[in-house]
Write a protein that binds this ligand. Structure first.
Ligand SMILES: Nc1ncnc2c1ncn2[C@@H]1O[C@H](COP(=O)(O)OP(=O)(O)OP(=O)(O)O)[C@@H](O)[C@H]1O
Length: 804
């Protein structure tokens, strides 16, 4: 590319990056893969605008998605401006706090006044400023921000002391003062989060055998009808015993219920009940009153209610109209986890409704028409909570993040003078992470720009991962249709990761249909292949990661340059505890939270196909489909983009953690040429499979030679032999008796991990260890013997010292 003389130093950019910086287009999309210098290009563009184009820094607005990204942008601008290199050294100082960074950032911004004039903000922060200044037309401008979590000082302390989650529970508690509501909520939690009644079966069909239905007072009963009776008794505050034992003539009977207040037994008759004639006769002889209800009546709950009113209430002397008031804490104390999940789902629904085109009434009508009881009841509970939440926030002058956008749009749409003022304020608008914009954000950008405004967007459609929060990947994929007369520059060199990581991630994402094809090349050639670990037994993954982390730290990698990523926080909790206890301060992040980050060593947890693994297309839940129908393939595509983001955080070493026999489809998508098989064998079905060390062909265990290159399995696959040897030793250890009876808490805990923790070594065990310890690593021995690594090592040390 012909180089144009510029005052800004653009020598650190490649041709495409420079083309983007120099472009005069009023609408430009810089489309790139991960690690290709999007942010770097955007920052050079700002420098170029101010230095070469003499644009007033006051009129430049750079929009980021997170506060951290805005701070990082500012830091990178300061680093470029600071010739003394002091700021670089400061940022590299170990242990500096967030506050230290903030103070130093402000000090440096004061040193470079033009930097201070720039507006580098999150989109929410920009809206906040607009509403604070001009929002009196649309809201109480003394409002406070309310967020899902406690937030820092982004809004100058103007934040509510309570979080969204706290308010949701608060208004729900108020609604629970009405008995019908609290009982409906409890019934919902019990049916769908405790008993897990599936959508596609009628309740009656659901596991008719065994006691699988939880009644409102927590008993497990055998059928939906019995649950109905138990619930009816509970609602009416009538005490009962479920399946009491009755002895008549040395025979024991178990009628369904005993109601002491009326001294009656109740037997519910269904086509699954055992013949009751004989039982009845015997009970009558014994003088017990036994009333019956029939399954036919249960098909209509109103009918069944009146049956119970008639047959039971008449026999009870006490006045039931003064039935007890139910207490929220008492009712839900055994179900806090389920309640938390329910509120989380209500909040997801609330967020989605705010971002959707539909209003509450429409959602309510569509939910009421759902053919699934679970969906109908969920909305019967959620809509009153969401309405009460909105009223509460208006009353307190609270605004949430989506509210900020909605009110700003309303303000700019309805007040042309205010809109023009903002349009004139910004001649250049630069947007980072453009792939994650949603309808509201694009609406806002359109309101802030005129034909003359330069809109410079950078993004990567492969990294669009906020569809679940309403972002629309189509804005980046169809940029030209949304922004007339736009131009496109593509960046296709990855500076971050090694060749196998770039190739593997590019191959993985290519499985998506909805994407823009890009030919990404790694600048760093060579590098270690991706390491896949297949866990065979519980706890192995922790040992593997622990040892690998230690190995990298010994090799000189800074623990802060090691990143553990996961789809859901629960996947990492055990590992985090273990590593924290070992004193290693490595970074743990959800993949969503790792956006924009990079690290030398990355582990991705939970890549298995079982429930709670990865991919996890949770939005296919029918509850969310009421707001916006989404098809399964598109949800998997978003999961795959999330996988791509995770893979591309790694600079040099990448470890994927999976489970033997339940390998995530995403791992199978990575071509074998980019992966390395370390500790365990892959289970592709019933046979154990190894990769030939010479040509990496899959070879089943029973093969004598590699069918591809002819390499002998016996010679080449010591792993295979070793595996058999290991199984043999494990079997022998398994057959040894456990001789130790102590049950201290610490020992029990340790036993969950190591079967023989604290048990004295027996002669047989010691002989076994002596025979095989040279063939295995300490970790393998620890797994085989069910003892800690320290325990094994000290045993071995003992003999070596004795030998000396
Ligand atoms: N032209 C270049 N020459 C050398 N290094 C570069 C160049 N462009 C970018 N880099 C380096 O590549 C790395 C990634 O850059 P940057 O963070 O700007 O990428 P990105 O595209 O925004 O990444 P992502 O979208 O994956 O978060 C950084 O370490 C950056 O310094």
């Amino acid at each position: 590319m012909k180089t144009l003389k510029t005052r800004t130093d653009l020598s650190a950019l490649n041709d495409q990056q420079r083309k983007a910086v120099l472009s005069e287009a009023n609408r430009l999309l810089v489309l790139a893969g991960a690690g290709s210098g999007k942010t770097k290009t955007l920052l050079h563009k700002i420098n170029y605008l101010v230095t070469d184009k003499l644009v007033d820094a006051n009129t430049i607005l750079a929009v980021t998605f997170t506060k951290n990204a805005a701070n990082e942008m500012l830091d990178r601008m300061i680093l470029a401006a600071d010739q003394t290199r002091y700021y670089k050294e400061f940022l590299q100082t170990q242990g500096i706090t967030f506050k230290d960074k903030y103070r130093e950032r402000v000090r440096f911004l004061n040193k470079f006044p033009w930097l201070k004039k720039l507006t580098i903000k999150t989109i929410h922060s920009l809206c906040y400023q607009i509403i604070k200044t001009d929002g009196v037309h649309v809201f109480d401008n003394q409002f406070k921000i309310v967020a899902d979590q406690k937030i820092g000082n982004e809004f100058h302390g103007n934040t509510a002391t309570e979080t969204v989650k706290e308010i949701i529970e608060k208004v729900a508690i108020e609604l629970c003062e009405e008995k019908a509501f609290i009982l409906k909520l409890k019934r919902f939690l019990l049916d769908y989060y405790v008993d897990h009644i599936p959508d596609n079966k009628t309740s009656e069909e659901f596991r008719p055998e065994g006691k699988h239905f939880t009644s409102l007072n927590g008993d497990k009963v055998r059928s939906k009808s019995e649950q109905f009776i138990a619930d009816w008794l509970f609602r009416n505050s009538i005490e009962y015993t479920y399946e009491p034992e009755v002895k008549v003539d040395k025979k024991v009977f178990h009628p369904d219920f005993f109601i002491p207040q009326g001294n009656v037994y109740l037997e519910h008759i269904s086509n699954l009940s055992y013949p009751s004639f004989w039982k009845e006769v015997k009970m009558k002889i014994a003088g017990c009153t036994c009333i019956k209800t029939y399954d036919d009546a249960t098909h209509n709950s109103a009918v069944f209610n009146s049956v119970l009113d008639r047959v039971i209430k008449g026999r009870i002397s006490e006045d039931l109209s003064s039935a007890t008031v139910l207490n929220y804490d008492e009712e839900f104390s055994p179900f806090r986890k389920e309640l938390k999940r329910f509120y989380r789902e209500v909040n997801e629904v609330r967020n989605k409704i705010e971002n959707s085109e539909k209003d509450l009434q429409q959602i309510m009508d569509e939910a009421a028409a759902s053919k699934y009881e679970r969906v109908r009841v969920f909305y019967e509970l959620a809509i009153p909570i969401i309405t009460a939440f909105q009223d509460y926030c208006t009353n307190k002058s609270y605004m949430d993040f989506d509210g900020l956008l909605i009110k700003t749009i309303e303000l700019l749409e309805n007040n042309p003078k205010v809109r023009e003022r903002y349009q004139n304020s910004y001649s250049h608008i630069l947007v980072d992470e453009f792939q994650d914009v949603n309808n509201l954000q694009v609406k806002l950008l359109n309101l802030l720009t005129t034909k003359e405004t330069q809109l410079f967007c950078v993004g990567d459609d492969w990294q669009s991962i906020y569809g679940f929060r309403g972002s629309e990947i189509s804005y980046i994929v169809n940029f030209k249709e949304h922004f007339a007369n736009s131009e496109l520059v593509t960046l296709n060199l990855n500076y971050r990761s090694t060749d196998p990581i770039v190739c593997a991630s590019t191959e993985a994402i290519k499985k998506n249909e909805f994407q823009i094809h890009k030919d990404i090349k790694a600048v760093k050639r060579g590098g270690q292949k991706i390491n896949i670990f297949y866990e065979e037994n519980e706890g192995q993954e922790i040992s593997f990661i622990w040892e690998t982390v230690e190995k990298h730290i010994q090799d000189g990698i800074n623990p802060e340059d090691i990143l553990v990523l996961y789809r859901r926080s629960a996947m990492a909790s055990e590992l985090k505890k273990t590593l924290d206890a070992s004193g290693h301060k490595i970074q743990f992040k959800t993949i969503h939270g790792a956006k924009g980050l990079e690290a030398k060593v990355v582990f991705i947890l939970g890549l298995h196909s079982n429930k709670g693994g990865f991919p996890d297309p949770w939005l296919q839940d029918k509850i969310y489909q009421v707001i916006k129908p989404s098809n399964y393939d598109l949800l998997i595509e978003e999961e795959r983009r999330l996988f791509y983001v995770a893979l591309t955080r790694a600079k040099d070493y990448l470890y994927l953690i999976s489970k033997k026999g339940a390998v995530s489809e995403f791992i199978k998508d990575i071509p074998k040429e980019f992966t390395l098989l370390e500790t365990n064998a892959i289970d592709y079905g019933t046979n154990r499979v190894f990769l030939c060390k010479k040509c990496e062909t899959k070879i089943e265990e029973h093969y004598k030679f590699c069918p591809e290159c002819g390499k002998s399995i016996e010679q080449n696959h010591s792993q295979n032999i070793k595996w058999k040897q290991k199984k043999n030793v494990e079997q022998q250890i398994h057959n040894l008796p456990i001789n130790f009876e102590r049950n201290d808490e610490q020992i029990l805990k340790s036993r969950q991990k190591f079967k023989r923790a604290y048990e004295p070594w027996t002669e047989e065990e010691e002989t076994l260890l002596k025979n095989c310890y040279e063939d295995f690593s300490i970790t393998e021995l620890s797994e085989m013997f069910g003892r800690s690594k320290g325990g094994i090592q000290s045993r071995i040390n003992l003999w070596s010292t004795n030998l000396d």
